[in-house]
Design a protein around this ligand. Sequence first.
Ligand SMILES: C[S@@+](CC[C@H](N)C(=O)[O-])C[C@H]1O[C@@H](n2cnc3c(N)ncnc32)[C@H](O)[C@@H]1O
Length: 260
Amino acid sequence: MSDSTKPDTEVADYLARYGNVGFEDFRRMAADDKLSAWEKIGFPDSYRKGLEQDIFLDIARKLPALDGQQQIIIDIGAGCSDLPRKLIDRSIAHRHRLILVDSAEMLGLLPDGTGVEKVAARFPDCPTLIASLQGRVNAVLVYSVFQYVFAEGNTWAFLDACLSMLAPGGSILIGDIPNISRRKRFFASETGIAHHKQFTGRDESPTVSFNRLEPAHIDDAVIMGLIMRCRNAGFDAWVVPQDASLPMANRREDILITRP
Ligand SMILES: C[S@@+](CC[C@H](N)C(=O)[O-])C[C@H]1O[C@@H](n2cnc3c(N)ncnc32)[C@H](O)[C@@H]1O
C-alpha cells in the first residue's frame, strides 16, 4: 500500500502505538519495514508529506552557515526522511563537513556522500565526538528532537554539549519544539476553537486544562529556562516562530542560539 492510500484508522492505530516514544523506540521503528520513512520518525505521513521543502527553507533561513562553503554542520537526531536528505545534498554541493548523529538503524537508511559522517549515538553519549568539536561547529541542527531529550531527562547535559561545540559566529537551531503552553493558548483562543471544529467536523470546543502538572511536556517555563541558560553562558538566544506555511506553526516554535 502506498503512503497516500493508508486509511485513517491505520494512522490512528499507529499513533496509539507510537504516541509516546524515545530513542530506543525510534531505533526499533527505523528497523520496521512496515513503516514509511515518516512513520519511522514518529509522524503520520500527512504531517510531513510534501512539506519538507518548506521546512528545509525555514531551517536554512535560520542557519546561515548552510549557505556558506566548507562549514562544519552537525544534525543531531537526523531521522531518515527527505529532510536530512536535503541537508546532505546541500552539504555536498557546498563542500561542508556534515556530521549526522542518530541510531545506527536510522542512519543506515540515509545515503552516504563526500564529507558526510555518520555517528551512531544517543547524543550527548558520544564524548569523543563532542571533545573533537569543541568551539568548531558552524551550525547545529536539532529538529523535532528536543521533546524526546526532555522526556528522557537529559535536557541540560544535551544543551551544554551543543553549546560547547559552537564556533564563534555559529548558530544552533533547536527547532519544532511542541510547547504545551502555546498549544493551550491556541486551543483556548477563538481561532483555535474554530480550527478544532473544522478539523474534527464536530461543533465541539477542544478541552483545555490549565494549572496542572504536564509530565514530560515542554512548557513556557522550560523554553524560558533554556533561553536563560544559553544567555548566562555567553550566547545570544531567542524564541522564534516557524514560517506560517509549516504544518504545526500554530503550536510549535523554535529556539535560535548564536555565539557572538
Ligand atoms: C521526530 S524524529 C526527527 C527527525 C529529523 N530531525 C526530522 O525532523 O525529520 C526524532 C529523531 O531523533 C532521534 N533522537 C532522539 N533522541 C536522540 C538523541 N538523544 N540523540 C540522537 N538522536 C536522537 C530519533 O532516533 C529520531 O530519529
